[in-house]
Design a protein around this ligand. Structure first.
Ligand code: P5A
Length: 434
C-alpha cells in the first residue's frame, strides 16, 4: 500500500484519554478510533492485525479438531430463559426489543445458542465428541470500559464449545484446547500462563484463565516463580494422544498459579517462591458439565440406547484484546514493535527523497516485488517524519532508500526490534523479505 493513498491517521500528540501504552499507541499509530464508549472502529492497520491474529487462532483451533461455524450476534431471550441465565446475567447484557416487541439481546457469549443448535441436530453418541467454534463480535455493557480494546463493550472473541459423552471425554477436550491455546499464544510472541480461575457467570467447576504478566494488567494473580522460567514447548504433544494431553496438562498446571489466593489453599504449600502480580487475561476456558445441556433438554441416545446428557465446556480467546496485549508486551518509547507473525505490513519502504529518479525507481521495483505486504512511504515529507512514523507503526523491517545508496544500487535494512542496520543490495533485500 502507498502511504500517500492510505487511511492510516497517525497522531503526533499523546491522546489524553489513554492511560496505558497499548491504548495510546493504538490511537497514535492509527489502528483504531472510538465511536462510542467502549466501541471502536478498526482502521486498515488495526484491521490487518486483527485478521492476522484471527488467522493464527483459527489455524490452531482447526489443528485441534475444532470446526468453524458462525453464529449470529443477536439472540432470542427465550433461549436464555431456558438456561435460567436471562435474569441472572444482569445489566451487562444489552437487551433489545424488535418491532413485534419480542425480547432479543446482543450476545455476550453463546452457550445457549450452541446448545440449541446441537439439540436440534445431534441424536446419537456416535456423533460425539464435537467441538464447534466461531470468531464473532460480542457485547457486554461493562460498567467501566477502559484501556481501549482491552476492556471494550463491543469486542471480538473466539469462542469454542465442546460436547462429550462423559466427564472423562470432556477432560480430554479441555486439555486439547489448553494445548491449542498455548500454541496460539506462542505464535503471537506471547508468554501466557494458565491459572486456576473463578467461573463467574459462565459457571462450572473447572476453569483456567490464560494470563500475560504485565504491570498494567487488570487481573490480580498469584503464581509460582518457577513459571517465569517455564518453557511450554508444546510441539512435542499430540492432540490425538490422551496420555500426551495428560502429560501436557500436568506440566502446565504444576507449578501452581491462580487468580485467587484462596483457591485450593493446600496447593500453595509446596510452592517455595510464591509471587504476586498483575496480568492480562487473554483467554479463559471452562468445563461446566451439564449446566446448559440439562435445563435445555439436550439428550442423545447412548450406546445402550438410554438417553445421555452431554458434558460441555466452553473456551474463549479475547481476539481484539490480544491486539492490546501484544502491544503491552512489545513496544518501546518510539512505538509498537510487531512480531512478524501479525504485523499489518512486513516492512515500511521509506523513500528518503521522493522525486529523485534513482530513489523512486528502486522503491517502485521493491514495491512491485513485495506488493501488498509493504507500506510504501511515498509522501513528500522529511526523512525524520517518515522514520518516526515507521517506528511508531512498528513494522518488523524498514527498507530505507536514500539518494547516495540508490545511485550505487544499495539500500539500508533496519530491524525494528533490535535497531540493527545493514547496507545491502536491492536483490539481497528482496530475498530477505521473501
Ligand atoms: C468462554 C467462551 C466466556 O465468555 N463463553 C464462551 C466463555 N468467557 S469469558 O472469560 O467471559 O470471555 C472470554 C475472553 O474474552 C475476553 N473478554 C474481553 N475482551 C475485551 N473486552 C471485554 N469487555 C472482554 N470481556 C471478555 C477475555 O480475553 C476473556 O478471557
Amino acid at each position: 500500500m502507498r502511504l500517500s493513498r492510505s487511511f492510516v491517521p497517525t497522531l503526533k500528540e499523546t491522546p489524553a484519554e489513554a492511560q496505558i501504552a497499548s491504548h495510546r499507541l493504538m490511537l497514535r499509530a492509527g489502528l483504531i478510533r472510538q465511536t462510542a464508549a467502549g466501541i471502536y472502529a478498526w482502521l486498515p492497520a488495526g484491521w490487518r492485525v486483527l485478521q492476522n491474529i484471527t488467522r493464527i487462532v483459527r489455524e490452531e483451533q482447526d489443528a485441534s479438531g475444532a470446526q468453524e461455524i458462525l453464529m449470529p450476534t443477536i439472540q432470542s431471550a427465550e433461549l436464555w430463559r431456558q438456561s435460567g441465565r436471562y435474569d441472572a446475567y444482569g445489566p451487562e447484557m444489552l437487551r433489545i426489543r424488535d418491532r413485534h416487541d419480542r425480547e432479543m439481546l446482543y450476545g455476550p457469549t453463546n452457550e445457549e445458542m450452541i446448545t440449541d443448535l446441537f439439540r436440534q441436530s445431534v441424536k446419537s453418541y456416535r456423533e460425539l465428541p464435537q467441538n464447534l467454534y466461531h470468531v464473532q463480535w460480542k457485547f457486554r455493557d461493562e460498567v467501566r470500559p477502559r484501556f481501549g480494546v482491552m476492556r471494550g463493550r463491543e469486542f471480538l472473541m473466539k469462542d469454542a464449545y465442546s460436547f462429550d459423552l462423559d466427564y472423562e471425554g470432556a477432560v480430554v477436550s479441555y486439555r486439547k484446547m489448553m494445548l491449542a491455546y498455548m500454541r496460539t499464544f506462542q505464535r503471537l510472541g506471547l508468554k501466557a500462563i494458565p491459572m486456576l480461575a473463578d467461573t463467574g457467570p459462565i459457571g462450572g467447576n473447572l476453569s483456567h484463565e490464560f494470563i500475560i504478566l504485565a504491570p498494567t494488567g487488570e487481573s490480580q494473580v498469584y503464581y509460582d516463580a518457577a513459571f517465569e522460567q517455564i518453557d511450554p514447548a508444546s510441539g512435542e504433544f499430540s492432540f490425538d494422544s490422551p496420555s500426551d494431553l495428560a502429560r501436557f496438562y500436568q506440566r502446565l498446571t504444576t507449578p501452581y498459579a491462580a487468580t485467587d489466593e484462596k483457591h485450593d489453599a493446600a496447593l500453595w504449600e509446596g510452592v517455595a517462591d510464591k509471587r504476586e502480580g498483575r496480568g492480562i487475561e487473554v483467554g479463559h476456558i471452562f468445563y461446566f458439565g451439564t449446566k446448559y445441556s440439562e435445563p435445555m433438554g439436550l439428550t442423545i441416545a447412548g450406546a445402550d440406547g438410554k438417553p445421555v446428557v452431554p458434558h460441555m465446556g466452553s473456551y474463549g480467546i479475547g481476539v481484539s484484546r490480544l491486539v492490546g496485549a501484544v502491544i503491552e508486551a512489545s513496544h518501546d518509547e518510539q512505538g509498537i514493535i510487531w512480531p512478524d507473525s501479525i504485523a499489518p505490513w512486513k516492512a515500511a519502504l521509506i523513500n528518503l527523497k521522493s522525486g529523485d529518479a534513482a530513489c523512486d525507481a528502486i522503491c517502485e521495483e521493491i514495491y512491485h516485488h513485495v506488493g501488498a505486504d509493504v507500506l510504501y512511504d511515498d509522501r513528500p515529507d522529511r526523512a525524520g517524519v517518515k522514520f518516526a512514523d515507521a517506528d511508531l507503526m512498528g513494522h518488523p523491517w524498514q527498507i530505507v532508500v536514500g539518494p547516495r545508496g540508490a545511485a550505487a544500487g544499495r539500500i539500508e535494512l533496519k530491524r525494528r526490534a533490535t535497531g540493527e542496520r545493514s547496507d545491502v543490495t536491492v536483490a539481497d533485500a528482496l530475498q530477505r523479505l521473501g
